[in-house]
Design a protein around this ligand. Structure first.
Ligand SMILES: [Zn+2]
Length: 346
């Protein structure tokens, strides 16, 4: 069995090893950790990564709870806990990545530079050795909102994996060096966004999905032919200029480049029609926003329009991953959007 210097290993951990709470367990972990649990059918393995972002704990909580219950899974399970370093920095579970470090979920591609690159490379080596029949990567969203899955491949196996957790599947051709691109190795791979990091429902969903993942003999066939998946293809990212300011208020103060109402998160996965205002711009108008698609084209006129200082969709759109966290809104993205039909805007 290969062993990496970047990773620690736990095999069939006992309740004593795990501690009473996920935080106690986290306090004992020193490095990114591989957890192996023997299954009834030892010839097969399923993998689940989580905590690639240190402030997204639903997967860690789910795995801790499930391990503590000492189940025997249907097949071997391989858990990969990626962002142990950022997760442990006080206050625990508050940092996406270590200060000055890279986003681990952008490092699963050559040249594997720096500490995060080495961790990603070691995780990929574990996957190659274990040769799992499928892989999940469990995350939380920064805002609140319903769960969804993300994939680069939209076939029955990927839909079946997503259906263990959610009925919303986002298909993207964008390649960022994310772990879900392991799908290209002919291993069905899905990212699960469980909902908000602070949301008990998200933790519960991660746990219930893991129970299904561990206990079903087949997780790659769609059992219910009537599974009503909403597939959203190639969403565009709407980003805010780095020097722009954003506020969340019922009416604009006049000081900010962009104002969203405080309840903007209710727009997550809803359809917004062209006559519904979603916010306000300041003096700079739409220049503070960019719309980026998977093939890097930019055409804001097809996404948003301004009338009387108010922002309207240029056509009926479906928006998601809207956040009311101004730090995330500025550092990551404001929201994603597709046409109301689920098709790409461009
Ligand atoms: Zn994440």
């Amino acid at each position: 069995m290969s062993r990496s210097n970047a990773l620690d290993y736990l095999n069939n951990p006992s309740p004593q090893t795990l501690g009473r709470s996920p935080l106690e367990w986290l306090s004992r972990l020193q490095r990114p950790t591989v957890v192996r649990v023997a299954g009834r059918d030892p010839s097969r393995t399923r993998a689940m990564a989580t905590l690639l972002h240190g402030n997204e704990p639903s997967g860690l909580f789910a795995i801790h709870r499930w391990l503590l219950e000492q189940h025997t899974p249907e097949v071997n399970l391989l858990f990969l806990l990626g962002g142990v370093h950022p997760a442990k920095i006080p206050p625990v579970l508050s940092l996406r990545q270590v200060p000055g470090g890279r986003d681990l979920n952008r490092c699963f591609k050559e040249p594997f530079e720096g500490e995060e690159g080495a961790i990603a490379q070691a995780m990929l080596a574990e996957l190659q050795t274990a040769n799992p029949e499928c892989l999940l990567d469990v995350h939380n969203t920064s805002g609140t909102g319903p769960a969804f899955a993300v994939t680069i491949t939209n076939d029955a196996a990927h839909q079946a994996l997503a259906s263990l957790f959610t009925d919303r599947l986002i298909m993207t051709d964008l390649r960022l060096g994310a772990l879900m691109e392991y799908s290209e190795q002919e291993v069905p791979t899905v990212t699960i966004e469980c909902g908000g990091a602070q949301d008990d429902l998200a933790h519960q969903l991660a746990y219930e999905g893991l129970v299904r993942y561990a206990s079903q003999s087949d997780v790659l066939s769609l059992e219910k032919a009537d599974w009503n998946v909403a597939v959203l293809r190639n969403p565009i990212r709407v980003e805010l200029a780095p020097d722009a300011t954003i506020e969340y208020r019922l009416t604009p103060s006049g000081q900010a480049d962009l104002t969203f109402p405080p309840d903007i998160e209710r727009r997550n996965f809803g359809i917004v029609s062209p006559d519904e205002p979603i916010g306000w711009v300041g003096q700079k108008g739409l220049d503070v926003l960019t719309a980026i698609s998977h093939n890097r084209t930019e055409n804001m006129e097809q996404v948003l329009q301004i009338r009387d200082g108010r922002i309207y969709p240029a056509q009926a759109i479906k928006t998601f991953m809207i956040t009311t966290n101004p730090v995330i809104a500025k550092s990551d993205c404001l929201f994603y959007a597709v046409k109301a039909t689920g098709d790409p805007i461009f």
